[in-house]
Design a protein around this ligand. Structure first.
Ligand code: ADP
Ligand code: MG
Length: 258
């Protein structure tokens, strides 16, 4: 594991799906090792932003720089996906026919790691997430929280310097959510990766270094005033999401919108 987290810069990104504008001139800077929460209503563009940062979805214009390297213009996105980024999704997306151990091994398959070494590393990752004793179980034999912990183990198999999590606790009850968050934030503290977490969960906002909110595909810096309604966003449109100052309301109001 590299001991430094990746630096992420999103520069004036636009993304449309047909008639839908998913992201509109979004800029964001995440420092090495920083943990940023992304809040916002359903449909505000959170998943799209995460997919662009992780090299899963191409922007119409603008770019994403990881450690200063533009990942889209230089078409070096496969490298970013494989070597730099780990993903955790709301639904764990484990392969149902594979054991927990084999699921964690998957990212190592294309990396030329020998079988014994793959097993050793996958087992140690399962130990890391407290599931060594479940190594041979299929996903269907695990609880929701256990499956998500396996998904977290898989996400860090390649020792990512950037961990992207899209509503990682969205399908879990509150007690289980807290365990998964303890795990994610504990790993981050120990491994030092940069982390971007999309979540409705106020517990994520409380633990993140900073939270940005997306409204209708535009970023509003932490604590910035919420728009009065459709078409009334002119007051915040000019903010890049990088230099914006917290507004007097604090951030609880914004998070309440999520
Ligand atoms: N693959 C897609 N095809 C068409 N529309 C999409 C696609 N992905 C996202 N969208 C639309 O883009 C907008 C933002 O979606 P998304 O990023 O998933 O929002 P969020 O994660 O905040 O709920 C929504 O209006 C959504 O319907
Ligand atoms: Mg989403």
């Amino acid at each position: 594991m590299s001991d430094s987290g990746a630096e992420v810069v999103v520069e004036h990104v636009h993304k449309r799906f047909g008639q839908v504008t998913a992201l509109q001139d979004v800029s964001l800077r995440v420092a090495s090792g920083e943990v940023v929460g992304i809040a916002g209503r359903s449909g505000s563009g959170k998943s799209t932003l995460l997919a662009l940062i992780g090299g899963l979805e191409a922007p119409d214009s603008g770019d994403v720089l990881i450690d200063g390297e533009p990942i889209w213009r230089r078409r070096h996105t496969a490298h970013v996906r494989r070597e730099i980024v780990g993903f955790v999704f709301q639904r764990h997306l484990l392969l149902e026919s594979l054991s927990a151990l084999a699921n964690v091994e998957v990212p190592l398959l294309g990396a030329g790691v020998r079988r014994a070494e793959r097993r050793r590393r996958a087992l140690s990752l399962l130990r890391e997430v407290g599931l060594e004793h479940r190594a041979d179980h299929l996903p269907s034999q695990l609880s929701g929280g256990e499956r998500q912990r396996v998904a977290v183990a898989r996400a860090i198999t390649n020792e990512p310097r950037l961990l992207l999590a899209d509503e990682p606790t969205g399908a879990l009850d509150s007690g289980t959510s807290e365990r998964v968050l303890d795990l994610l934030f504990g790993l981050r503290d120990r491994l030092g990766m940069t982390m971007i977490v999309v979540s409705y969960d106020t517990a994520v906002g409380a633990r993140a270094d900073r939270t940005v909110t997306l409204i209708d595909g535009q970023i509003v810096e932490e604590g910035a005033p919420a728009p009065p309604g459709p078409g009334g966003r002119s007051g915040i449109e000019g903010q890049s999401g990088i230099e914006g100052q917290p507004g007097p309301q604090g951030r609880s109001e914004l998070r309440g919108r999520a």
